[in-house]
Design a protein around this ligand. Sequence first.
Ligand code: ZN
Length: 504
Amino acid sequence: MNVAPVDVAAEAPSELAQLKLILSHVADLGHAETVLGWDSRVSMPPHGAAARAEIVGTLGRLTHERFVSDEVGDLLERLRPYEETLDYDSYDASLLRVTRRDWERQRRIPAALVGEIWRSNGLAVAAWDDARAASDFQAFVPHLERQLELRQRYVECFPPAREPYDVLLEDYEPGMTAAQVEAIFAELKTATLPLIEAAPEIDDSFLSGDFAIGAQEEAGRLVLDAFGVDRDAWRLDITTHPFQAKPGLRDIRLTTHYRPGDIHSLFSTMHEFGHGVYEWGVDPALARTPLDSGTSSAFHESQSRTWENLVGRSRPFWRFFYPTLRELFPDHLRDVDEEAFVRGVNKVRPSAIRIDADEVTYNLHIVLRFELERQLLEGRLAVGDLPDAWNALMQEYLGVAVSSDAQGVLQDMHWGAGLVAYFPTYSLGNVISVQLWERAVADLGDLDEQIARGEFGALREWQREHVHRHGRKFRPDELIVRATGGSIDAGPYVRYLQEKYSGL
Ligand code: ZN
């Protein structure tokens, strides 16, 4: 029997409405977890951590069970014929494709392990907090060992990969492997070392001092206003280790960290804005579905690094904002002209702390973490030997002597939070940021002039159109081709660094 060609999608079957209802409940539970996670890092008293870990563990397990249920699997199966009538780009096709991928992946993980992972993350982050405050790595050792053991059990839920790292990386950067990361990082390392050697001496002494927190807060608010945040839909709070969270549609939470001795909070706020604007720009039609967030961690970082660095450390941005900053800090900046300031905030200086690193040395901090966590995961490095290995690589790559574990191996919360294989996405984000930037400049023409006038709307709209609105509809390796015409490529980023730093 001949079947007539389908030129319009069949009417959505009732199973689709049933599936969407379940997915909306799963999303609601996820948003509740987000509120609790935000609260635990912004307002919860520290001694609440143990009780909170239980709550989040329970919620995480329930969310998981609801999502990986047979019911969802049956609905996905019954919807296959309908899916085949749809356009790849359509909302329903994307929803079914991504839900199926998530379901097949998450179904492999027993609910008890999911709950245990959530619970352990809560406890280990609290332990990391204390260990870092006391610079006591030994106190963190049992927690880190437990976190690695849970990651190994997680990896065992999947078919054998080339290496365990690949299984974890898939959660943050679908389609990417450790071997690919290694190749991109080799390129970054080769390009970076000569730039450090050639870095000019720059006086940035005016960036240290006593910068009133109130004026820093005002600077941050003014920048966010200029970038275009709607104060009725965004918040900015204080935390130790800044992050962004979206507990629901039109609810974007940024955090920052103020230090009296410098104005780093401003760059941290711009960074988190980049994450927030990505989540803000996801098509509202995707709300309460698995499509409602950024497509990958590297894509997310590409947006945060764009606002922090490509905008926030650029000459045009300071042409616009330096007069305001100078008014807020007259005692510090009276004798510092715009050019001296721009050179100061871009100074290349190897240092111990990743989040304070300039754009050139930053990637070496990531390469170091990637190499160490890969060894930890394969059991080639014992947790007890981690500080020595860390300090040796800091010396080798950056020529920096680490003064304490708080300034070294304990500086980041990621491993405590269970984020193993996450670090590479920061540098991959840098790489993608410049690939996207080149396209935006080609499309927008006078982007530098717009930024110098304090106009950010066209850039934001370009990002929304080419990246943000799609949410998770397309995998990162698809989205980058759609947005830039090519695959991930370190070349543009390397050229950007070379040009920027030779002109400084
Ligand atoms: Zn970030």
